[in-house]
Write a protein that binds this ligand. Structure first.
Ligand code: NAD
Length: 359
């Protein structure tokens, strides 16, 4: 039976980059027999404009029946004055919670051809390929009690709660181990077990889950050291698994090692492998409509969709190899331009990847 892919272009450059990803998916259908059905839905500012809601009921129905969701980006200056409840970003958060997307996978991959684009020395980052697995629906961002209270001495006190239940740690640890099994079989669990009891439990449970994955080499690192090691010697890592807040900070740090925001894909997965796939960048209002946005983060998100939701690892490899070949051939969008390389627009970059895929 065909797998249903919900395609949500969203706002700003969303439709421009999603068009290139759809082109690629259609070629995978025609040339590689990928059995999928693409169904479009509204999300974000364009959805608010059309229906009054950033996540319309029809879209919710669509994503719930779909096997995977491909998202462009949401937001933009036009919708900033709106009340928070109907802002585009609310639609995205609604999708994550409605679908129970607790595992956020953010690869930080640096194609060797782009080593000069990083702020770190090329020899430190060339060939970088890290996967950060971040818990997305628990921890201190959701823990209760939380708030700001008045104290008897007249001061105020802000407070949040770092809380993780066993099942929440187990399921994200499993995603970490499963991901490692598909890669170099090295998993580094990030915690602050020397100071925080909640992360002491985290470490204990990760070790317990690891007993089911004897092939994976498990290590542990305190988050402060992990931040330092990511800048000092990032290639020591294969997969990192961590809680919501540590992952938030470390994944932004890791993404910057690779130079361009236009290159980085992401996946957010539920317990059954259903996922939402999107570039890590936003709707880029400053370049919308100019046909200069880099579509590669979205195309690499399609590779993740193939790997994690459709179990099509070989096709995922083919897409990633096609991107690599295009970069080797010297084609660059404006955001990754380098001396002596050929600048192409959004569509030309998408066409080049498709051509490389079928050649
Ligand atoms: P942004 O990621 O949209 O843009 C930051 C900079 O990177 C801009 O200069 C932009 O031109 C550039 N850029 C981004 N994607 C690019 C691409 N594919 N190719 C070339 N250049 C690219 O971040 P921002 O400007 O802070 O936010 C703009 C809007 O996007 C805001 O409304 C924000 O809320 C929203 N946003 C949405 C998401 C999402 O949908 N997941 C994520 C982040 C921001």
């Amino acid at each position: 039976m065909s797998k249903i892919i919900a395609v949500l272009s969203g706002d700003g450059i969303g439709p421009e980059i999603i068009a290139e990803a759809v082109k690629l998916l259609e070629v995978l259908q025609q040339s590689y027999g990928l059995d999928i059905q693409l169904e479009e839905g509204l999300i974000g500012g364009v959805a608010t404009d059309a229906t009054g809601k950033p996540l319309p009921d029809e879209t919710l129905q669509l994503v719930k029946k779909a096997d995977a969701v491909l998202l462009g980006a949401v937001g933009g200056p036009k919708w900033e004055p709106l009340p928070i409840a109907i802002r585009p970003e609310k639609g995205l958060l609604g999708l994550r919670s409605e679908l129970g997307l607790f595992a956020n996978l953010r690869p930080a991959i640096l194609f060797p051809e782009l080593a000069d684009a990083s702020t770190l020395k090329p020899e430190v980052v060339a060939g970088l390929d890290i996967l950060i697995v971040r818990e997305l629906t628990g921890g201190i961002y959701f823990g209760k009690p939380r708030g700001v209270r008045n104290l008897d001495n007249g001061e105020q006190q802000g407070f949040n709660t770092l809380v993780y239940d066993t099942h929440e740690i187990e399921r994200i640890a499993k995603v970490g181990f499963e991901s490692a099994m598909q890669r170099q079989r090295k998993l580094c669990s990030i915690d602050k077990a020397n100071v925080l009891e909640a992360t002491e439990l985290w470490r204990e449970i990760v070790i317990e889950v690891g007993k089911d994955y004897p092939e994976v080499q498990l290590s542990h690192m305190y988050v402060d050291n992990a931040a330092m090691q990511l800048v000092r010697q990032p290639k020591q890592f294969d997969v990192m698994v961590t809680n919501n807040m540590f992952g938030d900070i470390l994944s932004d740090l890791a993404s910057q090692l690779t130079g361009s925001i236009g290159m980085l894909p992401s996946a957010s997965l539920d317990a059954n492998g259903k996922g939402m796939y999107e570039p890590i960048h936003g709707s880029a209002p400053d370049i919308v409509g100019q046909n200069i946005a880099n579509p590669l983060a979205t195309i690499l998100s399609v590779a993740m969709l193939l790997r994690y939701s459709l179990q099509q690892s070989e096709l995922a490899d083919k897409v990633e190899n096609a991107v690599s070949k295009v970069l080797q051939s010297g084609l660059r969008t404006a955001d990754i331009q380098q001396d002596g390389k050929t600048i192409v627009n959004t569509q030309e970059m998408g066409d080049a990847v498709v051509k490389s895929l079928v050649s």
